[in-house]
Design a protein around this ligand. Sequence first.
Ligand SMILES: Nc1ncnc2c1ncn2[C@@H]1O[C@H](COP(=O)(O)OP(=O)(O)OP(=O)(O)O)[C@@H](O)[C@H]1O
Ligand SMILES: [Mg+2]
Length: 247
Amino acid sequence: MGAVTVITSGKGGVGKSTVCAGLGRALAERGRRVLLIDGDAGLRCLDRMFALDDRILFDISDVVNGACEPIRAIYDCDVPGLYLLPAPFREEKTVQPSLMRQLVPILSRYYDHILIDCPAGIGLGFDSATVGATRALVVATPDPVCLRGSDKVRLLLMQKNIASQRLVVNRFHYQNFIKSSLYDDLDSVIDSAGIRLIGIVPEDPMLAACLTGGRTVPSNFSAAKAFHRLAARLEGEPVPLARLEKL
Ligand SMILES: Nc1ncnc2c1ncn2[C@@H]1O[C@H](COP(=O)(O)OP(=O)(O)OP(=O)(O)O)[C@@H](O)[C@H]1O
Ligand SMILES: [Mg+2]
């Protein structure tokens, strides 16, 4: 059985889908079989990030409704070993948590990792995306409002028995962090979220440009390196944090 990780956040728009795509790619480049499940019915975007949008015929709602075999709704991404199970186009087709609870363990037999991209908010989509997961990455930008939201989601995850939680600080920009003087250092950021840090992804304009254009982020770019460090840590390797000023 592979590891099932939900990528979630307190606030929307902080980079959950970006982290899901970048981390999935990095894990596949480490030689793992990785399934990305887009949990954002109505606002799906992983198919766009991998330039698969023209090819999608079936999605996860077709699988649970019995309209197709799972394999017909699972698409190869551009990296060997990386696959996508897309979300439906319409929000009302969000898969019920009871069905996700059955489906995810079955799928996890065939992959080393399943990453589930959680939608914004804490409604049905959140319940559906989290129910099959055994651990969570909580994505936050380093600002007080976002970090307060992370603390809230931490408690919700605990209620769902997902005690294994790690914080990913996304869109980190050293100069802006220093200038804002909102926090003294990264430790105070972590204290504010109440979740142990596993990785920092820098603000990287190349990342946004590549993902929205369905292109691979070149491996020498800072965000791609950050995703590789994150992938290694997720698999238990003791990779030290990069020096903040070098991010
Ligand atoms: N590290 C980064 N550097 C630069 N841009 C980023 C970074 N991370 C995310 N972005 C940009 O921020 C925007 C929001 O990212 P994304 O869609 O991944 O957020 P999300 O949390 O999944 O949003 P939602 O809550 O709507 O699902 C996108 O335009 C993305 O390209
Ligand atoms: Mg998203």
